[in-house]
Design a protein around this ligand. Structure first.
Ligand code: SF4
Length: 396
């Protein structure tokens, strides 16, 4: 099923058997030792203590931080409320250390059927200050791990950068290019490249064979919602294959920054299900009607509408997933075939005893013995089962 060939994972259509999960588990340990031997002790220690070695993947996948801070200053962004600075700098780990950190993370599953990678969740990867680091991380994760990769950006990716990415990055990776407004970008995204440049980004990446998705998030009611049809049309013309529409999430800081940018926040407040409770509390506004509008226009244009960013990552890699309420995503016919013994084997590798396993198209149900809710071993098992089977783990 898996083999390590010239430093790359290669895969054939997946059957999740006991032998397969054992092989992935052992390959992860073997690769970790190999990469570890290429680092000195200080580098290994730094990687082991890093967040990439410890944090649990988010629903969009394992977030990869290519830098710290962002200078684009988009007024609807939650990153400043998380305490990140406006002055960006590259992430401190080198490419090998990043791979070692991921392989040290108990929740992380390597390989093309493993954990999804999501670059760019708390910073822009392609700012001048962080671009080299982003390229290095894309190259090393593609070369040693081969996990399905997605990167979100608002940067201008010129032809030279697109060519470099073509040479080093996962060739099936999905680029999420954010364009939310054509007319209000100067006050909403003061330091980001203009939308015209981002359409060029879509063109430059798609013309090199990359899967490009328009990231239409956030839709700001009363401001950017009126521009949706034109943005979709132009993204499609530039080569985007699909769109991820997304809601505005507000904190007290975001509301204040929007107000200072001249936005009538009463329209936004009217859609809030509740007020944010603290500085970091992000509350998504009600936008089902606006997402529906996007869906109608996008479908007319022949764009695929993805319910979330991971869905675009799954689709661009020819996979299928049914691990949450939004599924099935991708190609349902490609959902892995799962042997019950594989789940028993995985549980035993993680240190959990299971007495009953039931697998269907939607979920993997296990009766786990001697573990409480929230037990770290159960969380590891959940991440491995959900990554490899692309189904939800339910314990009973
Ligand atoms: S079913 Fe779709 S939305 Fe849900 S985790 Fe899988 S890819 Fe993501």
């Amino acid at each position: 099923m898996y083999k390590l060939c010239s430093g790359r994972w290669e895969a054939t259509p997946i059957r999740v058997t006991a032998g397969f999960v054992r092989k992935v588990w052992q390959e992860k340990q073997r690769l970790r030792e190999k990469i570890g031997s290429m680092l000195d002790e200080r580098e290994r220690r730094e990687a082991e203590l890093d967040g990439h070695a410890r944090r649990e993947p988010r629903p969009c996948g394992m977030t990869i931080h290519t830098g710290i801070g962002c200078k684009y200053g988009c007024v609807y962004c939650y990153v400043p409320d998380m305490g990140f600075p406006m002055k960006p700098k590259p992430y401190p780990l080198n490419g090998l250390q990043l791979v070692y950190a991921l392989l040290s993370n108990p929740y992380f599953v390597p390989g093309p059927y493993g954990t999804l990678l999501a670059f760019g969740s708390v910073t822009e990867p392609f700012m001048e200050e962080t671009r080299d680091r982003a390229i290095e991380y894309l190259e090393y994760t593609a070369r040693f791990l081969g996990n399905p990769t997605q990167l979100s950006t608002k940067a201008y990716v010129d032809e030279g950068l697109a060519d470099t990415l073509r040479k080093v990055a996962d060739p099936r990776m999905d680029f999420l290019v954010t364009i939310v407004t054509l007319r209000h970008w100067k006050r909403l995204e003061p330091n980001a490249p203009p939308p015209e440049k981002r359409f060029e980004t879509i063109r430059n990446l798609s013309s090199r064979g990359f899967h490009v998705t328009l990231f239409l998030r956030p839709i700001i009611p009363g401001v950017t919602d009126r521009e949706v049809p034109e943005i979709l049309e132009r993204a499609k013309a530039a080569g985007a294959r699909g769109v991820v529409p997304g809601s505005l999430r507000v904190t007290p800081g975001i509301l204040e920054r929007l107000r200072l940018a001249g936005v009538d926040v009463r329209v936004i407040e009217a859609r809030l299900p509740r007020r944010p409770r603290g500085r970091r509390d992000q509350v998504p506004i009600r936008e089902t009607d606006l997402k529906r509008l996007v869906e109608v226009y996008a479908k007319k244009l022949g764009l695929t509408v993805y319910p979330s960013s991971c869905s675009a990552n799954i689709d661009s890699h020819g996979l299928a997933c049914n691990a949450c309420k939004w599924g099935p995503c991708g190609r349902p016919g490609e959902l892995p075939w799962v042997e019950e013994d594989a789940i028993v084997e995985l549980a035993s590798l993680v240190g959990v005893e299971v007495s009953e396993v039931r697998v269907d198209e939607r979920s993997v149900k296990v009766h786990a013995r001697g573990v409480r809710r929230g037990d770290a071993r159960l969380r590891v098992l959940r991440n491995w089962v959900e990554a490899l089977t692309k189904r939800m783990l339910v314990t009973f």
